[in-house]
Design a protein around this ligand. Structure first.
Ligand SMILES: Nc1ncnc2c1ncn2[C@@H]1O[C@H](COP(=O)(O)OP(=O)(O)O)[C@@H](O)[C@H]1O
Ligand SMILES: [Mg+2]
Length: 228
């Protein structure tokens, strides 16, 4: 991962926020498209600011192609911005729009693998995994390989991986696109629990039907964020 941007230390940020959170300012990003001599630059982000505080659930909306996923990838450090600064307090969990899963591994093996990556011990992984299987309702797919899972169950596993280490700042890119209504409801219960525990949650969606579930909704338009 290429992280070229400055990150404030925990101490620096804690003075103006109580605990976890994320602050991004002036984020710009252009993609290069096509080949010489027809090369064009597509300016997707033109100085976007974004912020989420402790115990806050923020929705990030915008038309298809407005740059929501680009901004989120930059926030988690999976993509380098052209300019701008990002400060994060606490651990981040990220749920990409396209599940990044290993076809040959089972659900259990995914959680074990990511548990090691997060530096968790075996008992902590087992406890968190049991909880996630129960909450999201995919216990019976524990030992099934990812390649054999339905789209909905893949989304659950994708979300479970992001939640595993109980991150202070959780960023979810269209997390409920493949969920049935029950899972959708459970997803919001989970989010409410996190908010109550002072965690931060950012949810990208191209449509928001349940405005009341969010503390704030921010729209990405013409490369800038505007409050809605
Ligand atoms: N890797 C890339 N290379 C070139 N263009 C890209 C790349 N990723 C995204 N884009 C373009 O940038 C724009 C924003 O994409 P994206 O951030 O995925 O938007 P959203 O998530 O809001 O639908 C789109 O026009 C998309 O085609
Ligand atoms: Mg997207």
């Amino acid at each position: 991962m290429d992280r070229t941007m400055a990150r404030a230390t925990t101490a620096e940020l804690e003075s103006d926020s109580d605990g976890a959170g994320l602050v991004a300012t002036g984020i710009t990003k252009s993609y290069r498209r096509g080949m010489w001599p027809r090369r064009r630059e597509l300016a997707v982000l033109r100085g976007a600011d974004f912020e989420v505080g402790a115990g806050e659930v923020v929705g990030l909306v915008g038309e298809n192609g407005s740059g929501k996923s680009t901004l989120m990838k930059i926030l988690v450090g999976a993509l380098a911005a052209d300019s701008g600064t990002i400060s994060v307090i606490g651990r981040m969990g990220y749920c990409p729009q396209e599940p990044v899963l290993y076809d040959r591994l089972t659900c259990e093996e995914h959680l074990e693998l990511f548990g090691v990556a997060y530096g968790m011990d075996e008992a902590a992984v087992a406890e968190a995994a049991d909880n996630l299987y129960a909450t999201l309702g995919f216990e019976r797919w524990r030992t099934t390989r990812a390649e054999e899972l339905s789209g909905g169950t893949r989304s659950k596993l994708n979300l479970a991986v992001a939640l595993l280490a109980d991150p202070e700042v959780l960023l979810l890119d269209e997390p409920y696109a493949g969920f049935d209504f029950d899972t959708y409801e459970r997803f919001w219960d989970l989010t409410a629990e996190r908010r109550a525990a002072g965690r931060s949650v950012v949810v990208i969606s191209h449509f928001i039907t349940d405005q009341a579930r969010f503390d704030r909704i921010v729209e990405l338009r013409d490369g800038l964020t505007v409050s809605r």
